[in-house]
Design a protein around this ligand. Sequence first.
Ligand code: C2O
Ligand code: CU
Ligand code: CU
Length: 480
Amino acid sequence: MQRRNFLQLSGAGLLWQLAGRSEAYTGGVIPALGSNILPILPLLTGSSFHLSLQSGQMEFLPGKKTSTYGINGNFLGPAIKVRDGDNVSFNVSNNLAEPTALHWHGMHVPANMDGGPHQLIQPGATWNAVFTVRQRAGTNWFHPHTHGQTGRQVYMGLAGLLMVEDAHTDVLDLPKTWGEDDIPLIIQDRRFRTDGSFAYLSSMTDSIQGMLGDVFLVNGAVSPRVSLPAKEVRFRVLNGSNARVYRLAFSDGRTFRQIATDNALLEAPVELTTLTLSPGERAEVVINCTADLGKRLVLLDTLSRASLLMLNIDKTPAQSTTLPATLANLEWLDPAAAARTRSFTLSMGMRMGMGMMMGMGGGMQFLINGVSLDLARIDQTVPLNDIEIWEIRNAGPMGMLHSFHVHGTHFTIVERNGSVANVHAYEKGYKDTVQVNSGEVVKLILKMTDYTAAANAPYMFHCHILEHEDRGMMGQFIVT
Ligand code: C2O
Ligand code: CU
Ligand code: CU
């Protein structure tokens, strides 16, 4: 609600799409929901992968060509599945005409393999990232992390999934047939010009509120439909949007079960009717369609009132699954054992001089503890294996949410606004990105393990609203 007030204030038009109706958008007409088949990201398994970052073209809207970026394709990339304990290798080739970087968001990897802004890949170059997978089963992802250009490069289409499997989940009766009952959903919003091109940063307010669009994409398709078997179905949901927050629900208001947060399975399934995801966050959910053969549902975003995806339950399942009552044993670090508390205050400021002449949006800077990112400055030094509390405070104006993300590790949430009771049901697990609304203080607990990080390749922490990140709401830490 507060977010919507901010949008009105900024004058950005939000269109409310309704199921089955064609709607106008800033650049033309959106086809009716169900017009396109939901693309399923190609699944890659093994231990050695080649990723080509390249430019391409898509027809998101009928008759309109959009210039895009993609990974091994025109838009988005593959879904890669690796196993805990495996040594994996990624050859990342930059076939774009500009430098980029490719970060493994959610992965516990050495800092020089992290793919942050210090591991730039020049045009024509190939970066080889090698690491051992050392974490639980979960749905992570990869995307560019180019200093100042992350928002635009992600907007153009660079993102994919990096899923981890482990021996523990092998034996759980979870839906796991890719594209059948194990379905990836990368949810994004885009704004188009009438010629079909992406209208990235086309309004002055885009730099402040973050880039919001009025056309929704799931796995790169507008108004998609998916055919599902009448059984339990698992969705691996990634909010891959630059700035938009979604509150997901099904059109019949049904209860569904969340089984995983960002980095790992939950201890037990959590029953929900809505699930809120800010940019960068993931969740795995299971909906039970056993009794729904012949039914049609719609996946909705209740914040924008958009219809995201039509679900046609029209297939007789080859087999059933029964979601276990217990999924995992998580390790909860003890706040009483914390060596220290670090505080991070997220705020906004005006840049003096040149920037101001470009207007509000151009002059706006996003700050952590009063400073914007300096790649030559180390902001925090974290001792290896110390338990730490990180206290994140959003000092921004009303309606300005920040999505705080930490590289190199996962964390759990100790409390929100001074109380454990304020921690949402959908965030009580291993996380790497957390919603912090204006005025809120969120306490995280974490421990950097296994890898030190030096000043030439630090880990990053930042807001995952990519226009905030690109405008300085990011800092660097080393691990000693
Ligand atoms: Cu998903 Cu540092 O980012
Ligand atoms: Cu990350
Ligand atoms: Cu932010």
